[in-house]
Design a protein around this ligand. Structure first.
Ligand SMILES: *[C@@H]1O[C@H](CO)[C@@H](O)[C@H](O)[C@H]1NC(C)=O
Ligand SMILES: *[C@@H]1O[C@H](CO)[C@@H](O)[C@H](O)[C@H]1NC(C)=O
Ligand SMILES: *[C@@H]1O[C@H](CO)[C@@H](O)[C@H](O)[C@H]1NC(C)=O
Ligand SMILES: *[C@@H]1O[C@H](CO)[C@@H](O)[C@H](O)[C@H]1NC(C)=O
Ligand SMILES: *[C@@H]1O[C@H](CO)[C@@H](O)[C@H](O)[C@H]1NC(C)=O
Ligand SMILES: *[C@@H]1O[C@H](CO)[C@@H](O)[C@H](O)[C@H]1NC(C)=O
Ligand SMILES: *[C@@H]1O[C@H](CO)[C@@H](O)[C@H](O)[C@H]1NC(C)=O
Ligand SMILES: *[C@@H]1O[C@H](CO)[C@@H](O)[C@H](O)[C@H]1NC(C)=O
Ligand SMILES: *[C@@H]1O[C@H](CO)[C@@H](O)[C@H](O)[C@H]1NC(C)=O
Length: 512
């Protein structure tokens, strides 16, 4: 839809011309909240020549996807001898609603002919305006009467990370008195800010709003946010992606149908929108109205989508310390954001002051343990891996020739009688047995001591807990669901990173 940009005629108060440096001026002209003086109550809220100038915006405003709004600069110098007709174009300010100034601030960007401006667009409260007046400033544009001609200036409006902020021109601009919503008043400054012309053209009549609203394409974005120390390397594969796309498309399509919302195209899976950390599912609404109608229903669904994305449970062991986010693009006509991660109430179980952060020792535990069935017992085997030296996090733990001294589990000591012992399977070595030991009563700590594996023995080695039938490890471990907390110790026993492991779905160690 073509929106109209209106020029304004601010009562000229041309008395003094002052020209301190432009950067200093910009700062001088912004006031903290509640400290605006109201001395120049009309936009552009400063003393400058609003009558004459070379620059104006063409009346048409392009509305593109992703919250982009583009204006075209027109240059008109013919027949004008006033210095403002030869001035440069340093800065553009829009008269905006102060409700767009949100905390944390929204990252609003601007482009000129497709290139980002050197300095992002910024909101300010003009010091001479009344309380509540606000401007959006694009500065250091570096244009002149030649380079500005037909230059395309785009604003990319974005909500902040809490979803607050202005994402449409209707929300952003305060229309001049009598003008329709969505119309923006702007002033174009030269470097000394002597000239701030709004075009001298009469505002074009606002066209009756018969043009249909633009269609609105919405992509639901499913993101996997790994922790900084990403030992599990969990990623979406194509099969998982396709099942997630199917699920979300079916779920949102059902809401669309039951709310009778007209669509240009329904949400649908698309393999080209799959990547290891991000999946998209897109559909196109006939207009923003429909998207708006669906918002409440979708907000109720996102938690179920996240659960599905996590494979049923955000606390699954592979996703230890990951987060899953469901969102839409900034400026989408269906704004959406929901982030979830596993939040288990857990205090590190080794009742001592060892360091529990993952990655500080070379020894890690695979997120799945698996059963080996014997006649009277089941061995539950934990697979050990080792980190290459450059992946080990810096800490005081690290020693050359480190050995895996012991492993501890957070386990219910009343189940001690179920446990027959441990079997150690070092990589490339023969198995051996160890008897169980426990921490002080009440600490619920099951220990496999005297393991003493080198890095070579540990990498691909297994430590198995042998549980007497009909007991299972689920009866022993004190973790969420069938999960175990497992801790690996170094020689000094001052470091004991804790990992979460769950029962593998099949008897093989097949993970994903
Ligand atoms: C702006 O608000 C402050 C504090 O509320 C007040 O002291 C001041 O007079 C107001 N200024 C204008 C121009 O209304
Ligand atoms: C935009 O960037 C390109 C590539 O850096 C450059 O060639 C072009 O001149 C730039 N345009 C403007 C208007 O600065
Ligand atoms: C600028 O915005 C203020 C509100 O902050 C409004 O009262 C005024 O009419 C606007 N002026 C123009 C010329 O758009
Ligand atoms: C996953 O899908 C993408 C895009 O369709 C394709 O390029 C890639 O080869 C696929 N990966 C696998 C492992 O099939
Ligand atoms: C989306 O909804 C439409 C209309 O009900 C349906 O034809 C289509 O199969 C749905 N797509 C998916 C993936 O559910
Ligand atoms: C899948 O998405 C790509 C990229 O957005 C698009 O070009 C393609 O047309 C889509 N395919 C289908 C079947 O919608
Ligand atoms: C160990 O546990 C005991 C009993 O629960 C408690 O009194 C003690 O403070 C704990 N010690 C440490 C270092 O956490
Ligand atoms: C440990 O197991 C016993 C017997 O099954 C049970 O009563 C108790 O609640 C368990 N303790 C914890 C902390 O779960
Ligand atoms: C393991 O190492 C410790 C000292 O680091 C030693 O006391 C113990 O005997 C060793 N155990 C085995 C089985 O080698």
């Amino acid at each position: 839809m073509a929106r109209t940009l209106i020029a304004l005629a601010v009562a000229a108060v041309i008395a003094i011309a002052w020209a301190p440096t432009a950067d200093a001026q910009d700062e001088d002209f912004d006031a903290p909240f509640g400290e605006q003086t109201g001395l120049i109550p009309n936009f552009p809220y400063r003393i400058c020549n609003t009558q004459v100038g070379a620059y104006r915006f063409a009346p048409e405003v392009k509305h593109l996807s992703g919250g982009r709004f583009c204006f075209t600069i027109k240059v008109q110098t013919q027949g004008c001898t006033h210095p403002c007709c030869f001035a440069d174009l340093y800065k553009i300010e829009f008269n905006v609603s102060d409700s767009c100034i949100v905390q944390p601030s929204a990252d609003i960007k601007a482009t000129i002919n497709g290139n980002y401006t050197r300095i992002g667009a910024a909101f300010g409260r003009p010091v001479y305006g009344r309380n509540g007046s606000a401007i959006l400033r694009l500065t250091q544009l570096g244009l002149n009467t030649v380079t500005a001609a037909n230059a395309e200036v785009c604003l990319i409006l974005k909500a902040n990370r809490l979803g607050k902020g202005c994402t449409t021109l209707e929300q952003l601009c305060v229309p001049p008195p009598g003008a329709a919503r969505g119309m923006c008043a702007a002033a174009m400054y030269d470097t000394p800010c002597d000239c701030c012309p709004p075009p001298s053209l009469p505002p074009p009549p606002s066209p009756p709003d018969i043009t249909p609203n633009p269609v609105c394409r919405v992509c639901i974005i499913i993101s996997l946010l790994p922790p900084s120390f990403d030992i599990n390397r969990y990623r979406f594969d194509n099969r998982t992606c396709s099942s997630i796309q199917d699920y979300i498309a079916a779920s949102i399509n059902a809401s669309i149908v039951s709310n009778n919302i007209p669509m240009q195209s329904y949400f649908a899976p698309n393999a080209s929108l799959c990547s290891p950390l991000e999946i998209r599912v897109c559909g196109t609404f006939v207009d923003a109205n429909g998207a708006n109608q669906l918002k409440a229903a979708v907000e109720l669904q996102t938690q179920f989508w996240i659960k599905f994305v996590a494979g049923g449970e955000v606390c699954r062991a592979e996703l230890d310390r990951y987060a899953i986010q469901i969102s839409t693009e900034a400026g989408s006509c269906l704004p959406l954001i929901d982030v979830e991660s596993c939040n288990l109430d857990f205090k590190p179980f080794p009742n001592c002051s060892c360091k529990t952060r993952q990655g500080i020792l070379p020894f890690t535990i695979s997120p799945r343990y698996f059963p080996l069935k014997n006649k009277f017992t089941t061995e539950y085997c934990f697979v050990i891996s080792t980190l290459p030296p450059d992946q080990i996090l810096p800490s005081t733990c690290r020693m050359p020739e480190e050995i895996l001294t012991k492993i501890e589990w957070y386990a219910n000591q009343t189940s001690a009688g179920m446990i027959a012992g441990f079997t150690l399977y070092p990589a490339g070595g023969s198995k051996s047995r160890r008897s169980t030991s426990w921490g002080a009563y009440g600490t619920n700590t099951l220990k496999a001591t005297n393991i003493n594996w080198t890095l070579q023995e540990a990498h691909g080695g297994m430590v198995c807990i042998e549980v007497k039938k009909p007991g299972t490890l689920k009866d022993v471990c004190l973790g969420f669901s069938s999960q175990c907390y497992v801790s690996t110790f170094n020689r000094n026993k001052d470091c004991c990173p804790i990992y979460r492991a769950d029962l593998a779905p099949t008897a093989s160690s097949g993970l994903r």
